[in-house]
Write a protein that binds this ligand. Structure first.
Ligand SMILES: NC(=O)c1ccc[n+]([C@@H]2O[C@H](COP(=O)([O-])OP(=O)(O)OC[C@H]3O[C@@H](n4cnc5c(N)ncnc54)[C@H](OP(=O)(O)O)[C@@H]3O)[C@@H](O)[C@H]2O)c1
Length: 375
């Protein structure tokens, strides 16, 4: 059977790598509906190459011109467009859009009974309980695309979750892993965007440098695998070869290894529970060493914030995520220094009066307020 795969965020790093996977396997996958943000040059290349049936863009002002250039394609925009793409008749929706704007379309796809290949981790950070409960109600699968969670998902295949002792999420340490906190005071945007192992979109590269990304992954793991918070460990592993591990009650540890190539995890999310051939093997015999170091929570404060937010529950993770989205935008725009990202996130978390068991409206309203820095 050829699977139809729709993609939110098709012009981004994950989105374009997903297109490689689809293009390399035409006998298995076909592109469904897609959404882009504002990168219309990239989008037009994709339209010429794939000819998708339905396309959504961020700004309505772009629709007229696109329609005139591609008259056989249906174009939409904004939230309505994202929801139409998400609910387009597909076998799977890849959520590769950036940030909590992915939340509403992801919920709409779940309501429509469409399985999700989830890259957009901010959705689970902002509203993990609502998303996972809705997926359980609708019997929809949430298949992780993040390399760490794909690794855990693969290590847990066929296992009894009651026999998990710990899950161990590895962290490369990001662009500044070898710098002290004092040295972080003078780093530049260019330095921050220079990730040692992975080529990714700008926001996640900054989130990796602050270690907020690892914090998001801890929260994501809690929602995906339903383990106790105390069972979620993080470990520095600078080579990014072991993507994560599961330790079982009999002390056996299962690990998943691979190159730093997101196409492996994307492809697995598309083929699960099966596997497909892929070119880019890891040559284990050439690995000279794998290094590990315990996580230093004083050095990587943002990771500690994420554990705190997860422990507190309620709306604190939503606020942390939205404040981070705002602060990273300010840093990318050159308006604040690197360490101010964590100062902003910490201060918003401290000021927030936590609300337990929030409904979707509350989450969306807090998200919008903190993302635009209106507290
Ligand atoms: N990159 C990775 O290796 C990686 C690994 C694991 C997880 N993830 C997660 O995957 C998601 C995407 O990451 P990425 O690195 O691929 O990001 P990216 O390269 O910045 O791409 C983001 C995509 O979302 C679109 N977009 C952004 N804001 C939008 C908005 N307001 N409305 C509509 N579309 C919007 C962008 O459109 P335009 O570019 O057209 O504006 C682009 O298509 C993130 O949640 C990230 O944490 C990424």
């Amino acid at each position: 059977m050829i699977k139809t795969i729709s993609v939110l965020g098709v012009t981004g790093s994950i989105g374009t790598q997903a297109l490689d996977v689809i293009k390399n396997n035409p006998e298995h996958f076909k592109l469904g509906a897609i959404s882009a943000g504002r990168n219309l040059i990239k989008l037009e290349e994709i339209l010429a190459d794939f000819n998708p049936p339905l396309v959504s863009v961020q700004d309505d002002s772009a629709v007229k011109e696109l329609k005139s250039r591609f008259p056989h394609i249906e174009f939409m925009s904004g939230d309505e467009g994202l929801i139409s793409v998400a609910t387009y008749d597909s076998n799977l929706l890849l959520t590769a859009i950036l940030g909590s704007v992915g939340l509403k379309p992801t919920l709409a796809a779940i309501d429509a009974g469409i399985d999700i290949a989830l890259a957009n981790k901010e959705t689970l950070v902002a509203a993990g309980e609502i998303v996972m409960n809705r997926a359980r109600e609708k019997n929809v699968q949430i298949i992780p695309v993040d390399s760490e969670h794909s690794a855990l998902f693969q290590c847990l295949k066929g296992e009894n979750e009651k026999e998990i002792s710990n899950i161990i999420i590895t962290a490369s340490g990001g662009s500044f892993r070898d710098l002290s906190r004092e040295e972080l005071g003078s780093v530049t945007l260019e330095d921050a965007l220079n990730h040692p192992n992975w080529s990714m979109g700008q926001k996640i590269t900054i989130d990796s440098a602050t270690m907020m990304n690892k914090g998001f992954e801890v929260i994501e793991a809690k929602h995906l695998f339903d383990v106790e918070i105390s069972q979620i460990k993080t470990l520095l592993h600078k080579e990014s070869i072991i993507h994560s591990m599961v330790e079982f009650i009999d002390n056996s540890i299962m690990a998943q290894l691979g190159n730093s190539d997101m196409r492996t995890a994307i492809q697995y999310a598309f083929t699960h529970p099966e596997r497909l051939h892929k070119n880019n093997p890891l040559s284990v015999s050439e690995l000279s060493q794998l290094n590990f170091k315990p996580m230093d929570f004083d050095r990587f404060k943002m990771l500690k914030f994420a554990y705190d937010a997860l422990e507190a529950g309620g709306t604190l993770p939503t606020v942390m995520n939205a404040a981070n989205e705002y602060a990273v935008g300010e840093f990318l725009g050159g308006r604040i220094k690197f360490l101010e990202i964590e100062e902003i996130v910490e201060s918003r978390m401290m000021q927030h009066e936590n609300i337990q068991n929030p409904d979707l409206e509350t989450i969306l309203s807090l998200d919008a307020r903190y993302k635009s820095n209106m507290r």
